[in-house]
Design a protein around this ligand. Structure first.
Ligand code: HEM
Length: 495
């Protein structure tokens, strides 16, 4: 009853002989096109490219019916021959297939990143965020690169307990170079071998065949990224000076469980920790950069945040994660930063492990499934146009019906939902509240003193963030600056 002949494929654009919809799907910003297809063909849209089936899910209901309610069918990932198989990234949690090894990784992540476990990182997160806000006061032009460093430092401290201050930023530089390489290698069509996997069997002595050379260079780079900081923790543990961290906690648990650190288990921890950087750094960076751009465009939101902070927290201390529940407007702003331009507009793709049927349509095995988070984020429930940055859409005191909560879609779905969600939410809350408590963001001025018009343009990769832009940062008050400076001085004297 599941055969193709009995049920039609879901609706979608007409396919051409051999290439299917290859030329209908834009290489970049495909989510805009998919949103148009939603109006034309409906909630679920089927397309094909070079023989690959693609299913686009445009609503939270279809995502929930398939990705959440049928985990055994919809929890695999598509495979990449170059980065996955040849460079070895298949071993990292985000790219692994749904199965026993993936489950082991998730078990580690659950222990180390649960809502309770992440409480021990509150202080380190606050320290690193205070350092970032200090750089906004001292070197405001570097706000983008410093933000990237900040997101990386938090992950490195959480994963490996690396000191908050600079000497170990060498690990971050290494990690950023590797992420850049992976980002370029996962752009569709970057490597012919991803389109024609059989090319991987070509011997390396064939002239101009760089497949194996590129693969092994990438593999070395990825190995370095996951091994160097891991070995640092092993050494610190021998000296008895290891700070609490994901790796340290996992190693301690391993020792108490088995009384021996088997090679396989060490490898599992090494890979699980290595995956956190790639998965957690860029999404935090993208969301906060989006927030900064939005504040240049919608300065009134900052005023409301500052009012709430001064009422609830007062002016004599910095906000903390304990204040979070009493700051609804800040909470709504965090959600709006995730919604206005989602960091992962097509989430992370899935692949069907077997054929399926849904609402009378046939879905073939090995179909690439794309949850269109971009389309889901554009709901009209609140009545506020979706292109406006308005945290009010999430507050029942401001609108009759609130917008769909981004916590339901921005962090992914079902069994593969982001394991770093709680840590990620805390990062966003701290960054947004510290920035607003200390600096005012405004448009930059040109030589004649006129405001430079900000254009919300976003990059078009797997992770999407604002293209380079400039804004002005000025201190909110001397008292706010003193609070940040004191925190940073305390930090420097403690190290
Ligand atoms: C604003 C912050 C973040 C956003 C928006 C975000 C979003 C996502 C999304 C959409 C997925 C795909 C889930 C799916 O397939 O359904 C994901 C997966 C993942 N995220 Fe996050 N994430 C964030 C922060 C973090 C942090 C801080 C960490 C690590 C500490 C992290 C670690 C991971 C990992 C390891 C996966 C792969 C899970 C798997 O494939 O089983 N993320 N994230």
């Amino acid at each position: 009853w599941l055969k193709k002949g009995s049920y039609p494929l879901p609706p979608g654009p007409p396919r051409r002989f051999l290439v299917g919809n290859l030329f209908d799907i834009p290489r970049f910003n495909a989510w805009h096109k998919f949103l148009q297809w939603k109006d034309q063909y409906g909630d679920i849209v089927y397309a094909e490219a070079l023989g690959n089936s693609i299913l686009i899910l445009n609503t939270i209901e279809s995502v929930s019916d398939l990705l959440v309610k049928k985990p055994s069918v919809y929890s695999d990932r598509p495979t990449f021959t170059m980065v996955g198989e040849l460079m070895g990234l298949d071993e990292s949690m985000p790219m692994q297939q749904y199965g026993p090894t993936w489950r082991e990784h998730r078990k580690l992540a659950r222990v180390a990143l649960s809502p309770d476990a992440v409480k021990k990182y509150h202080k380190v997160q606050e320290d690193i965020v205070a350092m970032y806000v200090d750089t906004l006061l001292e070197h405001p032009v570097d706000f983008g690169s410093q933000l990237r460093l900040t997101a990386g430092r938090i992950i490195m401290s959480v994963s490996y307990g690396l000191p908050v201050q600079t000497p170990d930023d060498v690990y971050i530089t290494d990690a950023e170079e590797t992420m850049d390489m992976i980002g370029k290698a996962t752009v569709p069509g970057a490597f012919l071998v991803d389109l024609v996997p059989r090319l991987k069997h070509l011997p390396s002595w064939i002239p101009f065949n760089k497949i194996h050379e590129t693969g092994s260079l990438g593999r070395e780079q990825i190995e370095r990224l996951i091994t160097r900081p891991f070995e640092h923790v092993l050494q610190e543990r021998v000296k008895g000076t290891a700070e609490p961290s994901f790796v340290s906690d996992c190693l301690a648990k391993l020792q108490s469980d088995e009384n021996a650190e088997s090679k396989a288990s060490l490898d599992l921890i090494r890979w699980a920790a290595g995956a956190l950087y790639g998965a957690g750094g860029e999404s935090t960076y993208a969301t906060i950069l989006t927030f900064i751009l939005a504040m240049g465009l919608y300065p009134e939101v900052q005023i409301k945040i500052r009012c709430e902070l001064s009422e609830v927290v007062g002016l004599n201390r910095l906000p903390s994660l304990q204040d979070r529940d009493r700051l609804p407007y800040v909470g709504a702003t965090v959600k709006e930063a995730m919604r206005w331009s989602p960091a992962l507009p097509l989430s992370i793709a899935r692949k069907t492990a077997q054929e399926d049927n849904y609402k009378g349509y046939y879905i073939p095995k090995d179909t690439i499934v794309l949850p269109n988070v971009w389309a889901i984020s554009k709901d009209h429930k609140s009545g506020i146009p979706s292109e406006i940055f308005a945290p009010e859409r999430f507050l029942s005191s401001c609108v009759k019906e609130t917008a769909t909560d981004p916590y339901l879609y921005a962090f992914g779905f079902g069994r593969r939902e982001c394991p770093g969600k709680y840590l990620g939410e805390n990062n966003l809350f701290l960054l947004i509240s510290y920035i607003c408590a200390t600096v005012e963001i405004s448009s930059s001025k040109d030589a004649s003193g006129n405001n430079i018009l900000l254009k919300p343009n976003f990059t078009a990769g797997l992770v999407s963030f604002p293209e380079a832009f400039s804004v002005n940062f000025s201190p909110v008050s001397n008292l706010a600056v003193t609070l940040i400076k004191e925190r940073v001085v305390q930090l420097q004297s403690a190290e």
